[in-house]
Design a protein around this ligand. Structure first.
Ligand code: ATP
Length: 235
């Protein structure tokens, strides 16, 4: 059974179809990239999956359960976590405290500190644990957000443009981090950096003008003429 199924999902704003009848499925443990030109509907689709945006039509099924009407916080309890383009950390709190805050709803109080510590190790931020999050570099702040998503041990982690604004070494560290998660949880990744997509994704879903244009392996996506015309510009 798929971990996540999206069926006929649509979202209209004033008659404009931001997402238009999209169906897709994500399997347990897979890394799925979601790509498409600016305005293709990626953020809107993911917003409907995680419960931030109410669909105009369609269904979201997670682990066999219809969650279309569930609020976002209930979906996180079922094993979904997400980070967004805009950083959502608490700048005036230490790094470890940010991660602990994200952990608290998901575990007994006595387990929080250890879980925060272990996830900071996984993302390579253990030496910054007592630093105020606002004093970190932008790249490290993005990693704190990912740590905040991972600490709940989600079965599906959704990342919206996680490498945007990162330096090359930071992107390399991010790739290692995702590879280290492989098989443990599914990751749905909105990503503009095609090098990252090609390196990490098991499968790629391509959106264009709100609709699903193509789905396949990175090589199939690279070879598809429709995708090239809509997006890749002949990569
Ligand atoms: P980007 O890569 O630039 O983040 P995207 O693929 O994530 O783009 P969306 O942000 O989902 O695309 O936007 C899809 C379309 O829906 C765009 O035309 C956008 O202008 C429109 N849209 C998104 N949110 C709203 C809103 N709240 N009200 C009106 N239109 C919206």
């Amino acid at each position: 059974m798929s971990l996540l199924s999206v069926r006929g999902l649509s979202k209209s704003y004033d008659g404009v179809r931001a997402v238009d009848d999209v169906s897709m499925a994500v399997e347990p443990g897979e890394v799925r990239a979601l790509i498409g030109p600016n305005g293709a509907g990626k953020t809107t689709l993911v917003g409907m999956i995680c419960g931030r945006i109410a669909p105009s039509a369609g269904q979201v099924v997670f682990d066999g359960q219809d969650i279309t009407a569930l609020p976002a916080h209930r979906r996180t309890r079922l094993g979904m976590a997400y980070t967004f383009q805009i950083t959502s950390i608490y700048a005036r709190l230490p790094v470890a405290e940010n991660v602990a805050l994200a952990a608290r709803p998901h575990m007994a109080a006595s387990k929080v500190a250890q879980a925060a510590c272990s996830v900071l190790e996984q993302v390579g931020l253990e030496r910054y644990r007592d630093v105020l999050a606002g004093d970190l570099s932008y790249g490290h702040q993005r990693l704190v957000e990912i740590a905040m998503g991972l600490v709940a041990s989600p079965r599906l982690l959704i990342l919206d443009e996680p490498t945007q604004g990162l330096s090359e070494p930071e992107i390399a560290a991010f790739k290692d981090l995702v590879r280290g998660q492989a098989g443990r949880r599914a990751i749905l990744l909105i990503e503009h950096n095609m090098d990252v997509v090609m390196a990490l994704a098991d499968r790629v879903t391509v959106l264009s003008a709100g609709a699903l244009l193509f789905e396949g392996t990175p090589d199939e996506v690279r070879a598809d003429r429709g995708v090239q015309a809509a997006y890749l510009g002949g990569v």
